[in-house]
Design a protein around this ligand. Structure first.
Ligand code: PMP
Ligand code: GLU
Length: 401
């Protein structure tokens, strides 16, 4: 539509949200859709957090909060960063935002000039490339396929850096692959970053607590690069609080001030009630909260179930992810095959649409994450639904010739 801005016209709809919307619409029309497209815990927010929100209402926390968040929430975030990540931040280095999504958008807008390059290890989370587009930046993809368990190497990073590189988008545990970088891999990447003082890094740690093997480490914990790393995190995944819309950035003071300025012109401070509730969440590591411990161990069981079932499907290549709640199998064996009606499934998008119609399972095509050989399964749903979805997908794939 030519009266809309080029900015709006050039932006793609979020593929994760689009598949979720489609799946919701088909369900409303009476189809028996199993939705494995949504990336959010199917668990409810723990009671102690909900109680705090009720209290906040009664205490009339109903006015505009400060743009960068309540001081006591930012202090609680600093305590969390010290407790879990051994990171020292002061409250004026924290900006609380409307979800990690806004914290990411703020940071990209605060750092990237038109034409500057942003390094994007693939697969990457859908919204990164679109946010970079909004800022006028240029995404430079660094391929990490299933052979390297979806992780880039230090030499790949080194080779991608140019004098025009501004930012690296780093996400561990990763959406959509579930990959988790280990200490040696992180150390090697930090070594490369330390040699390029013009390079900044966004470390998106939103899946920090959903990890099954190994230990989460923050890139910001490497002193040589600490000042150039912007940590993004929030309560959505670890505390099952997606709808509360609360995330944050931790950065050097200049970047924090720029983010604060941008947010102050666009949305102001995030919801006062969500902020009050987030204080009590931050002060308890999810390992100390029964519901959250249960959530992570349930995710692990479901991961094992889904990976075992997908590995029974001939031709699929399936990595066992170490974190998050996604499996990202390689489906190239099925690309180019024909349906019973003679339709060729040329791409991962075609295959996902076929599986939605034939198997009534909603998935997300890998191309929206920068990898057109894989498709994403979210296992944030019951084991029964996972088993039924895998059965249907297997049957639908077997019909292809
Ligand atoms: N980063 C990644 C990698 C995610 O998967 C998500 C969830 N969609 C976000 C950021 C955004 O999280 P939030 O719900 O806090 O905005
Ligand atoms: N993290 C989720 C996903 O990737 C939420 C949807 C979104 O915001 O993109 O599916």
């Amino acid at each position: 539509m030519n009266y809309l801005s080029d900015r709006a016209n050039q932006l793609s709809e979020s593929a994760t949200l689009a598949m979720t919307r489609l799946s919701r619409e088909l369900t409303q029309q009476g189809f028996d859709i199993i939705n494995l497209s949504i990336g959010e815990p199917d668990f409810d927010t723990p009671g102690f957090v909900k109680d705090e929100a009720k209290l906040a209402l009664d205490q009339n926390f109903t006015h505009y909060p400060p743009v960068n968040g309540y001081q006591d929430l930012r202090e609680a975030i600093c305590r969390k960063l010290l407790r879990d990540n051994q990171l020292n931040y002061k409250p004026n280095q924290i900006v609380v935002s409307t979800g990690a999504k806004q914290a990411l958008a703020n940071t990209i807008l605060a750092l990237v000039n038109p034409g500057e390059e942003v390094l994007m290890p693939t697969p990457y989370w859908v919204s990164y490339s679109e946010m970079v587009k909004l800022a006028g930046g240029k995404s430079v993809l660094i391929d990490a396929g299933i052979e390297t368990r979806f992780k880039i190497t230090a030499s790949q990073l080194e080779a991608a850096i140019t004098p025009n590189t501004k930012l690296l988008m780093f996400n561990s545990p990763n959406n959509p692959s579930g990959a988790v970088y280990n200490h040696d891999e992180m150390e090697a990447l930090a070594g490369v970053i330390s040699k390029h003082p013009h390079l900044y890094v966004i470390a998106d740690e939103i899946y920090e607590y959903i990890i099954f093997n190994g230990k989460h480490e923050s890139l910001a914990s490497y002193p040589a690069i600490h000042d150039r790393v912007i940590v993004i995190n929030g309560v959505s995944k670890g505390y099952a609080m997606t709808g509360w819309r609360l995330g944050y950035s931790a950065s050097n003071c200049d970047i924090a001030q720029a983010i604060n300025k941008i947010q102050g012109q666009i949305t102001s401070g995030t919801c006062s009630i969500a902020q009050r509730a987030a204080i009590v969440a931050m002060d308890r590591h999810p390992d100390e909260v029964d519901e959250m411990k249960q959530m992570v161990s349930t995710f692990k069981e479901r991961r094992d179930l889904l990976v075992a079932l997908l590995r029974e499907i001939p031709g699929l290549k399936v990595d066992l992810p170490d974190g998050a709640f996604y499996v990202f199998p390689d489906v190239t064996a099925y690309l180019g095959k024909k349906t019973a009606d003679g339709l060729t499934l040329a791409t991962d998008d075609d295959l996902c649409m076929y599986l939605l119609k034939e198997a009534q399972v909603a998935l997300v095509p890998g191309s929206s994450f920068g990898n057109n050989q894989c498709i994403r399964f979210s296992y944030a749903t019951s084991s029964e639904k996972i088993a039924e979805a895998a059965r249907r997908v297997k049957a639908a794939l077997q019909k292809l010739v």
